[in-house]
Design a protein around this ligand. Sequence first.
Ligand SMILES: [Zn+2]
Length: 140
Amino acid sequence: MTTKAPSAGEHTLSRCSKCKETTNHTIVAMVGDRIARVECNVCGSVHNHRGTTPPKPRTNTPRNPSQPRKNRSQLQWESLMAAADKGAAIPYNLKTPIKTGDLINHPSFGMGIILSTTRPNKMDVIFENGIKRLLCTAGD
Ligand SMILES: [Zn+2]
């Protein structure tokens, strides 16, 4: 028994881009013994034969999940931290007077630099995860 090559007018399975699934198609044109063009029996569109495997998803921007892109505040935090004296970090609490430029050590957010303070009790602090507004004793 020999495997008969398909020929125009016969039916085959092909992936239809309009139906977005593998449907029955009628072979319209052959190139050698390969199916070239097919007509979808469901929607009637004629297109190149794609076989039955879905096209591969595009991989134009591969992202490495272990190295997420740093946003601007992270970069700012890193440069501020590089210049900061980490030994001088003030443990965060509401009582210690805080000035702009001070380095604090927050139990949840980690090391942060005071970007600004607002009397009597607000401060904007940049942490690795972004800028937060916290309560404090403003010492500016
Ligand atoms: Zn179709």
